[in-house]
Design a protein around this ligand. Structure first.
Ligand code: AVJ
Length: 323
């Protein structure tokens, strides 16, 4: 069930990663990229989060897929080439593939090469007639599509999980624009979007009673310690998930329990007691707010599927007609 959101810093290589983390720690407030959540343990913890009673997102999206996948597939039509951003285990995709009429190809795009190839192999056994063309790439950066997919009549980007919510509005818009470019004038985007709701429900979804999300958040520090040789003390931070009304988002923070100094890349980073380190945004949209955002990226909402409680939505977007 793990998604591996491929939100990686714009630089790579250990030195560049160190510089990237240092730059975040020198900001005010301090920041650490959510990419650091996802090492082996982090992916396992995320899988556990998906099973938590408070974390409605994965369960609700699956429920909508089960209920409406046939209709979604019918709206996409025959001969579609399906391109999935951050494909992970392609779990939700199966529900779609089961209903698509003669799909031309499935292109899972993911940054985790081993997991990508494993998932593609498993899928190939279950869908022997489907042409599966995995692409190992960071979907936040431009990447090339396989030639035969680039010319398919109907190209569809599938982006489940509400991962778009992890990007601020500027980056969300440019990601939507990229999808618009990939699908061209006659394609479509099928995207999972989490909806605004009672802040208490949202805060619980990101601060569960069993403490799994807290462990997931703290694991980012463990990952940085191991990968970059930092010395964050995991016991010196508290997990915080807080609803920020004027940004319409949950923010996950780590709050320092004491004055401390962290060493990284030969530098000393002072962190004061009570100081916050921001690790993730999770924007929650109204239907209208998301339609506006998509509109600014040249995409128009054609269909919206929701669960009966309207907690989550899966939306079909198509390029806006040129006026
Ligand atoms: C996988 C990015 C959709 O934002 O809800 C879960 C990640 N963070 N609990 C989300 C996450 C904290 C999740 N996404």
């Amino acid at each position: 069930m793990a998604k591996h959101p491929s939100i990686v810093p714009a630089v790579s290589g250990s030195d560049a990663l160190t510089q990237d983390v240092l730059a975040g720690l020198k900001k005010s407030p301090k920041e650490l990229s959510p990419v650091w959540f996802y090492d082996e343990l982090g992916s396992f913890l995320f899988d556990s989060i998906c099973e938590l009673p408070e974390y409605y997102i994965t369960r609700t999206e699956l429920q909508i897929m089960r209920e409406h996948a046939a209709e979604m597939a019918a709206s996409l039509g025959p001969d579609a080439a399906l391109i999935e951003f951050g494909s992970g285990t392609s779990m939700k995709t199966r529900l779609l593939l089961d209903h698509l009429e003669m799909p031309r190809a499935y292109v899972p795009v993911d940054i985790a090469r081993e997991h990508l190839l494993d998932a593609a192999g498993t899928l190939a056994r279950d869908y022997p007639h489907l042409r599966i063309i995995p692409v190992c790439a960071d979907f936040t950066q431009p990447f090339d599509l396989p030639a035969n997919v680039a010319v398919a009549r109907r190209r569809v980007v599938y982006f489940p999980g509400s991962t778009l919510g992890n990007f601020d509005n500027v980056h969300a818009r440019s990601l939507l624009k990229r999808m618009r470019e990939i699908v061209g004038g006659s394609g479509a985007v099928l995207i999972g979007i989490d909806l605004r709701k009672d802040p208490r429900v949202l805060e619980r979804a990101y601060d569960d009673a069993a403490g799994v999300t807290a462990e997931f958040n703290l694991n980012a520090l463990r990952h940085v310690n191991r990968e970059l040789g930092a010395d964050f003390d995991l016991d010196a931070f508290d997990h915080l998930a807080t609803w920020v009304e004027n940004q319409s988002r949950i923010e996950m923070h780590l709050v320092s329990r004491r004055d401390q100094v962290v060493h990284l890349g030969g530098e000393n980073i002072a962190i004061a007691r009570g100081e916050h380190l921001r690790t993730e945004y999770c924007h929650k949209y109204t239907l209208e707010g998301f339609a506006n955002l998509a509109g600014t990226a040249g995409l128009a909402v054609q269909r919206v599927w929701m669960d009966p409680q309207e907690r989550f939505s899966i939306q079909l977007l198509e390029p806006r007609r040129i006026q």
